[in-house]
Design a protein around this ligand. Structure first.
Ligand SMILES: [Zn+2]
Length: 240
């Protein structure tokens, strides 16, 4: 009876390989997904830096406009000084001139500060762009690699499916049905050996009577606990 299990054992071996390959196939795109995710994060950072850049530029222009207007006002006030009649008015205008000068000095300092900020942010943008560029290349390479890996796995799967179909034809159909039925429920391992009356699928003891029958090898037996197809482990060349 052990011979009737041989095609199913081969089938099981192939099915376990197929299962591994399918797991590999599902795992394969993970690195690309992680790279793309990372790239998207860097692109968001670049967009943030670009927004900051235009904000600072706008602030600089605003201060420059103010400075221009206030410089015009300062020139007018200075021209007015010579035509002032009273000392009180003269003192008031002098005070106003001083205040404009002080405010303009602050504006000039701010313009210098924004220029420094612009310089820094431009450097950051260039660095970020270089980083993104490198990552885009990495994504392209990984994409090609993934296609290769997937093609390879698909090729192997195709071959194994063909082998599987050929072997399935040799199997006893009622046993094949049972195998197919239990396969997913038992993690792909349906045909198991029994060592010293212990089922190697669920590690439970077989009743002594069943174990004796199994050793006689006159018919196919099932483990009463896990329902797997069982065979007695032997020491001959087919034993495993
Ligand atoms: Zn069992």
């Amino acid at each position: 009876m052990r011979a009737e299990l041989e095609p199913l054992l081969k089938l099981q071996e192939i099915d376990l390989k197929i299962k591994d390959l399918e797991a590999k196939k599902a795992e394969a795109p993970k690195r690309l997904e992680a790279l793309r995710c990372n790239l998207a994060a860097r692109e968001a950072e670049l967009a943030q830096l670009t927004a900051e850049l235009s904000e600072i530029k706008k602030r600089k222009i605003d201060i420059e406009d103010e400075l221009e207007i206030e410089t015009g006002r300062l020139n007018k006030s200075q021209q007015k000084l010579s035509s002032i009649k009273t000392n009180r008015e003269y003192q008031a205008l002098l005070k106003e001139i001083e205040e404009i000068k002080k405010a303009n000095k602050t504006r000039e300092d701010e313009i210098v500060a924004t220029m420094e900020e612009l310089e820094k942010i431009n450097i950051s943008i260039k660095e970020k762009e270089a980083e993104i560029n490198a990552m885009q290349k990495e994504v392209e390479v990984e994409n090609l690699h993934l296609n290769q890996v997937e093609n390879e796995i698909n090729g192997q799967l195709y071959t194994m499916m063909e082998q599987r179909d050929a072997i399935a034809k040799d199997a006893r159909q009622d046993l094949l049905s049972r195998y197919n039925f239990l396969r997913d429920k038992r993690g792909g391992v349906v045909i198991v050996s029994v060592t010293g009356a212990v089922c190697n699928g669920c590690h439970m003891n077989l009743p002594p009577q069943l174990f004796n029958e199994l050793l006689r090898d006159e018919k196919i037996h099932y483990c009463p606990t896990c329902q797997r197809l069982i065979y007695a482990k032997t020491n001959d060349k087919n034993g495993d």
